[in-house]
Design a protein around this ligand. Structure first.
Ligand code: ADP
Ligand code: ZN
Ligand code: ZN
Length: 730
């Protein structure tokens, strides 16, 4: 008697917002999370079983059978599948694409996460060979004898100095073959030692750790403390506690925060297996790390945004450092927030979550206010760690030459002459942001974007920082042909040149994407700076995260003013966070640091509040502005974006959507409005913003809009995408 056929739902990486039903081959058992090979249209694809025992949604005669169920070492564990399902629903993104994001690419392709190791193994014939008969071939004899006790890897054969020729001969004689072994024993990680490096906790740190230990609920903790206040030390203690119970830790850091300094701090503290997930890993390494974490062989997983999907066999703690950092939000495709997903994992997997920052996001502060997070604050710095002081340098009525006022130059000089280092921060790479014709006023613009071209000195080119377009014609005006063109404004390269001229006796190190493109060059620069000799560091954001420069006593921040002009309501929040993050690089050892902010907005009340009474007051000010204006985090938003090469197509598409959608009372549909940079890389971009006082309302409306959009023939003329909880309006 044959049993009734059973059916499963399979997620396949397609833009379709649904899963697909398949029949299980007779006699096989389905596992949720198992990868399967299926026929999809006229292609064979690797999908993933999301549900078992489903009732098919089409006639059973039309349902196809699964071609193959792949082995369990590639299964997506339950909690990660649950996370993906939740995220697909919340971000309204196709489940198949969500699962693809969560998996290492080798798994997506149907390969095993295990690195197959080849062993040379004796065959039956090989075993039967009498070694005595090989007197004339001593090398072959040695090989057969070596294999007689157990199969050997290439590496082991190499160590015995057995040549490739000998191996080939023996294989040709069919005495031995290579066999793949892919199932090494999974053994749990071991914590072999902890090195505290002489650090004893401060009372404040003790209190925070006690509070976390003795809670009756598992609210996410928002750990707020200025740079250098000892947050990382708290993470380390929580990780230690987890490890000592045999549980694992997942630590997320911002994209450019995964520095050697950060990694070393974890390695020095814990003698155990730590897996670092960064973009430089090969597909194989990534898959191996994934598997080892899944099997509980790794104690700590340290990584950037996508590491939030790393499965843990025994989850112990989830940590998100610099939780305000914008790199946690994916900016295209599946636009998830790794921070928010980490919070969710903590709930699903019942492990504590710590979000740490010196400048918490307004969302997180608001969540703390609403008692959804528990706010814990480090108010003092540990002994020996000094606090930096902030000063605003008002540039109004002053002459600024090549980016510097006279006063700023002399402050730099003083620090250098005391043998200290100076960090000059300017968040714009290249030489100058504007190239202008002095005869007709023409300005070099990108042909494909609403953006000016930046002049780069070293390559003598005009570059678009938004689409990468490059132009070598920099000497003549494209409007009147005059040769009288000049580069106006400052970028890192001009700052480097100016400082080099002003202070010829001191080295100037420029750290930006251009100067660190070559592998290892960032490490080299950091090594030189680390020697601590008087020098000037010029850099962008790259310098501002994860690095500590103990000998830097002066930080000069140039050109922050664009933050005050931006059309994005988050610009001032981001500016404030950036100023304190950069400022926090200064004076971490015995020397106190000073941070000079050169600005024409020195009397701006929020900026003044930031430097005089600190981030908490600044954030409170911003929060009440947001509340009054009815903006997030007091309301919720989603954006439908559309773009097209034809200038009006995106706007027309969104206008149609807007017209055909009936919104409930408190839901607002704003738009279509152009993105802040309307044209980028040759495409015209528009958006439709959905705003409402409750999340559920945004989601209902969004779901309606998506259904509608999918049914409109006009959709084929545009590329459209969905962004829930958008982080910017660009
Ligand atoms: P944050 O993560 O808030 O920037 P860290 O944890 O990195 O702060 O601490 C700043 C510096 O102070 C580090 O060099 C760290 O080793 C040191 N530190 C942290 N806690 C203590 C402590 N209790 N006693 C002495 N030094 C400490
Ligand atoms: Zn001109
Ligand atoms: Zn461009």
């Amino acid at each position: 008697m044959t049993s009734n056929p059973s059916y499963v739902a399979v997620a396949v990486a397609t833009p379709l917002r649904r899963d697909f039903h398949y029949r299980l081959p007779n006699g096989t058992k389905a596992r949720r999370g198992a990868r399967v090979k299926v026929q999809f249209g006229n292609r064979k694809l690797i999908g993933l079983i999301t549900k078992t025992d489903v009732v098919p949604d089409i006639a059973s005669s039309r349902i196809r059978e699964i071609i193959e169920i792949l082995p369990p070492e590639g299964d997506l564990p339950g909690p990660i599948l649950k996370l993906c399902t939740w995220a697909s629903d919340y971000y309204q993104h196709p489940i198949g694409e969500v699962i693809s994001t969560a998996q290492p690419s080798l798994l997506r392709k149907g390969e095993s996460p295990l690195d197959p190791v080849e062993f040379l193994t004796l065959t039956e014939t090989g075993r039967a060979v009498d070694p005595e008969s090989l007197k004339r071939a001593p090398a072959q004899r040695r090989l057969l004898e070596f294999l007689s006790s157990e199969p050997r890897t290439r590496q082991a054969l190499g160590k015995k100095e057995i040549t490739a020729q000998t191996i080939r001969t023996v294989i040709e004689k069919q005495w031995a073959t290579w066999q793949k072994e892919t199932q090494p024993e999974a053994s749990p990680f071991v914590l072999k030692g902890v090195d505290y490096q002489g650090i004893t906790l401060t009372t404040e740190q003790e209190t925070i750790l006690d509070t976390i230990d003795n809670r009756s609920d598992n609210l996410p903790v928002l750990l707020y403390g200025v740079t250098g206040s000892g947050k990382t030390e708290i993470y380390l203690r929580m990780i230690e506690k987890a490890l000592s119970k045999g549980k694992q830790a997942l630590v997320l850091v911002p994209e450019i925060g995964l520095t050697p300094q950060t990694i070393n701090r974890f390695r020095q503290r814990f003698n155990t297996e730590i897996s670092v997930m960064h973009s430089g890993l090969s597909d194989r390494e990534r898959a191996t790390s994934w598997w080892r974490a899944r099997e509980g062989m790794t104690g700590i997983v340290l990584g950037t945004r996508s590491a939030v999907f790393t499965p843990l066999k025994h989850p112990g703690v989830f940590i998100v450092d610099e939780e305000h950092d914008s790199s946690y939000k994916q900016q295209d495709g599946f636009r998830y927030s790794a921070r928010d997903l980490a919070v969710l994992r903590g709930q699903f997997e019942q492990a504590p979550v710590v979000l740490g920052s010196a400048t918490p996001s307004l969302e997180s502060l608001h969540n703390a206010e609403a008692s959804k997070y528990q706010l814990l604050e480090l108010k003092q710095r540990p002994p020996g760690v000094k606090t930096e002081t902030y000063e605003l340098l008002d540039t109004r009525h002053l002459e600024i030459r090549d980016g510097f006022t006279r006063g700023l130059k002399s402050r730099i000089e003083t620090s250098l002459s005391r043998g200290e280092q100076v960090l000059v921060f300017i968040n714009r790479r290249g030489f100058a942001p504007v190239m202008m014709c002095n005869d007709c006023g023409w300005i070099a613009h990108c042909r494909r974007c609403d953006a000016r071209l930046t002049y780069h000195l070293n390559t003598n080119t005009l570059v678009c920082h938004h689409c990468g377009s490059l132009s070598h014609n920099i000497i003549s005006c494209q409007s009147c042909n005059s040769q009288n063109v000049t580069a106006i404004g400052v970028g890192t390269q001009r700052v480097e040149q100016t400082l080099g001229n002003l202070f010829p006796d001191y080295p100037v190190y420029r750290v930006d994407r251009d100067s660190t493109r070559k592998k290892g060059s960032l490490e080299d620069l950091l090594d030189q700076i680390g020697r601590g000799e008087p020098a000037i560091l010029v850099g962008t954001q790259l310098l501002a995260k994860g690095h500590h420069f103990p000998n830097v006593t002066l930080v000069a921040i140039l050109d922050v003013d664009s933050g005050f002009y931006s059309a994005d309501f988050r610009a001032v929040e981001k500016l404030g966070q950036m100023l304190l993050q950069v400022g926090g690089r200064a004076g971490r050892a015995d020397k106190p640091g000073t941070v000079l902010i050169q600005t024409a907005f020195a009397t701006h009340p929020l900026l003044k509040q930031l430097v005089t009474s600190g981030y908490a007051d600044f954030a409170r000010g911003l929060l009440s502005e947001r509340e009054e204006a009815g903006l997030p985090p007091y309301t919720f938003q989603a954006i439908i974006r559309a773009e097209a090469t034809q200038s009006s197509a995106a706007r027309e598409f969104l206008a149609l959507l807007e017209k055909k959608t009936r919104t409930r009372d408190s839901v607002e549909l704003l738009g279509p409005i152009p993105a802040i940079m309307e044209k980028r890389a040759g495409r015209f971009r528009q958006m439709l913003i959905i705003a409402a006082p409750r999340r559920a309302l945004v989601h209902q409306t969004l779901a309606d809009l998506i259904t509608l959009a999918e049914s409109l023939p006009e959709a084929s003329r545009v590329r459209w995408s969905v962004d829930v909880d958008p982080a910017d309006l660009f």
